[in-house]
Ligand binder design. Sequence first.
Ligand SMILES: [Zn+2]
Length: 388
Amino acid sequence: MQFARIIGQRKLINSLVDMAMSGRVSHAQLFSGSYGSGSFALALAYAQFIACENKQFYDGTDKSGLKADSCGKCPSCIKYSRLIHPDLHLVFPNTTTKKIDSKNESLLFREQFTQYVLERNAYIDLPSWYEALGVDNKQGLINVRDAAYIVKALSMKTYESKYKIMIIWACDKLYHEAAPNLLKILEEPYENTLFLLVSDNIGNILGTIRSRTQLVKVLPIAEEDLAGHLQEEFAMEKDEALMISRQAGGDYIKALEYKDRSKAEFVACFMQWTRLAFQYRRKAGEISAFVERICKWGREEQKSFLSYSLELFRQCMHTTLGLETGMYFLDEEGEEFRRNFSRFVNETNIGEIYRLFERSQYNIQRNASSKMVLFDLTLQMGRLLSGK
Ligand SMILES: [Zn+2]
C-alpha cells in the first residue's frame, strides 16, 4: 500500500512522513479513527514507507499532494504490497470457524486476512471481516494466543529490514486476559520494533495501553477528496459523488454501502413513508408494517435511508424557497411528488425535522430498537408536516 493510494488524508500523511524522517518515530502509535476514514490503510502504508529501501521525495509540487512515498518497486515494497514481508506482523480479532474450530489465533487466519485486505484495498471493517470468515454474528477477539504470538514474533531478530512492525487492527477487541502480555512489551519494547495499533473505538482501549502509545488521530476523509475518489472509481457524476460523500460523513466504507443501495428504492420508500406520515392518526397498522420493512435492512442502511430522506427534505425546502434543485427525485412521478409535497415543508418545521432525524440516526447507531425509533419518528414527522 503506497500513500498515493490512500483517499485524501494528505495533511496527516505528510506529518507521518515528517515524523518518520526526523528519526522521532515513537515505538508505539495508535491510529484512531473510523475504519472508513482509512485508519488501517494508513497504518499499512506508513509501515511500507518506513521499510522502503528507496523512498521517493517530492518537492511539494507533486499533484498527489504528498511530500514523500514508498517507491512501490523495491523488494521490501513488493513484499509489503502482498503483505508477505517477514518483518510485518498482523494481529486482528478472530474467532472459531468451521475450519478452525479450536485454538484460533490470528496466525492461523493470516492467509485469509491477507486476501481479504488486498481485495478491499485495505479499507476494512469488522462486519465485512466476520463475513469473510463466514461467522456472521459471532464477534472476534484478540486472545491470549495472539498476545503470546506478539511477544514471540517480536523477540526474534529482524529478517530483512531495520524494523519489525506489528500492526494490531481493532486493538479495542483485546481480551482482558491478553492485556498483561501486550502491556509488558509496550512498556519494555524490544529494539527496533514498531507497534501500529488501529482502532475505531478508542474509548474501549485500556487506559494503560493507550497511555503507552502516541496518538495518531485519523479524521474523516474531506468531503471533496472522497467525492473526487468516488467520481474516479465509479465514473460517477460530481453531484451524486458529493452527495454520497456528504452523507457518508467522509467514510469510504459507508459511501460504498450507500452507493450500493439503489436510489430509486430510497425515493420510492420516502414517498410512501411521507404519505403514511400524513395519516398518522388513522394508519398506525400500515405505518407499523412499513417500519418493519425498513427494519429488515441493516442498521447502516437504515441510517443511510434517513440521511437520504433528509437530503430529499432539503430539496423540498429549496423548492419551497424557489431555489434551484438537483434531480434527486429521479423521474416524473418523483418530480410531481416533489412539487406537491414541497408546500408542506417550510421554515416553521424544517428545523425540527432535521433535529428529529438526527436524533433518530443517533439512536439507531446506539443500538436502540429501530422499530420504536422509526415508528416514533413517523408520528412526529406526520405531526410536523400537518402543521400541528
Ligand atoms: Zn520501496
